[in-house]
Design a protein. Structure first.
Length: 270
């Protein structure tokens, strides 16, 4: 998949987010401020949810307080697994020779956002896999998925964060915890439909994995990775977004050779 050139409004939106030092800072000339900017990112800290076999987020205080010079100074160190909290899966995560995190083009991390509401189906079955038919039903109501879209799946599981047992289906860690995972994901056939029939930039959802919890083969990951399509996982606050009509920007830490990493996701609403 080759990301298309972004519309000027999207580029200006990105420039505003990246260059403005504060909400009161001057915006670039010609920039029309969006109606609202919504943060879709869970904070990283002690409560952040990670895969049962991964180490969690750690923040070490290196300095904090008054210096001999009479001014306040703080500096910390942190460590984290790539795949935990609100993060991105680079295509290389499940695709040999595919793009590493630093190779994913910026253009692919921005685009028109859509939200497919599958909360009712996931309420009935916490292992639900979102089908191509559900995506097509969204199109019948809202129109064709836009070219270069970032497709978000609202499973309703975001309301459980940071309760590991309710969010993941288990509090257990290690391989035993992996065997007891239960949460929704994207069906492999639906992933194939998205990459073969629609020119999307990325897919995201409010669960720990784009594959549903019980998966042992990670077919959906493999299909998306083969097409160089990244996934966004543990996305926050999807219930606050409309079905369409907004711009999504998902900017990760640029880790050379990384298979994924923390990402800050913003929705620009009109």
């Amino acid at each position: 998949m080759h990301p298309r050139k972004l519309r000027p409004a999207v580029v200006l939106a990105a420039l505003s987010l990246l260059s403005c030092r504060s909400p009161e800072a001057a915006a670039p000339s010609g920039w029309r401020e969006p109606g609202r900017i919504l943060d879709l990112t869970h904070p990283f800290g002690e409560e952040t949810i990670y895969w049962p076999t991964a180490e969690g987020f750690r923040l070490r205080v290196d300095a904090r307080g008054q210096t001999e010079g009479g001014y306040h100074y703080e500096a910390n160190s942190f460590s984290t697994a790539e795949h935990g909290g609100t993060h991105i899966d680079a295509p290389v995560h499940f695709g040999e020779g595919k793009r590493t995190l630093d190779e994913v083009p910026l253009e692919q991390l921005m685009g028109p956002g859509i939200v497919v509401d599958v909360r009712e189906a996931c309420e009935r079955d916490r292992d639900h896999r979102v089908t191509a038919e559900e995506l097509q039903a969204w199109e019948r109501e809202h129109g064709r998925i836009p070219e270069g879209a970032i497709v978000l799946l609202d499973t309703g599981f975001g309301r459980f964060w940071p309760d590991r047992a309710r969010y993941m289906g288990t509090e257990k860690r290690g391989p035993e915890g992996v065997r007891e995972l239960h949460f929704p994901g994207l069906d492999p056939a639906a992933a194939h439909w998205l990459v073969s029939e629609r020119s999307i930039h990325a897919v995201g959802l409010d669960t720990p994995s784009i594959d549903h919890g019980p998966s042992l083969s990670f077919e959906t990951h493999r299909i998306l990775s083969a097409a160089n399509v990244p996934s966004l996982e543990n996305v926050a606050r999807l219930e606050l977004l409309p079905p369409s009509g907004f711009t999504l920007i998902a900017l990760p830490m640029k880790i050379r050779g990384g298979s994924g990493g923390p990402v800050r996701i913003a929705a620009l609403l009109p």
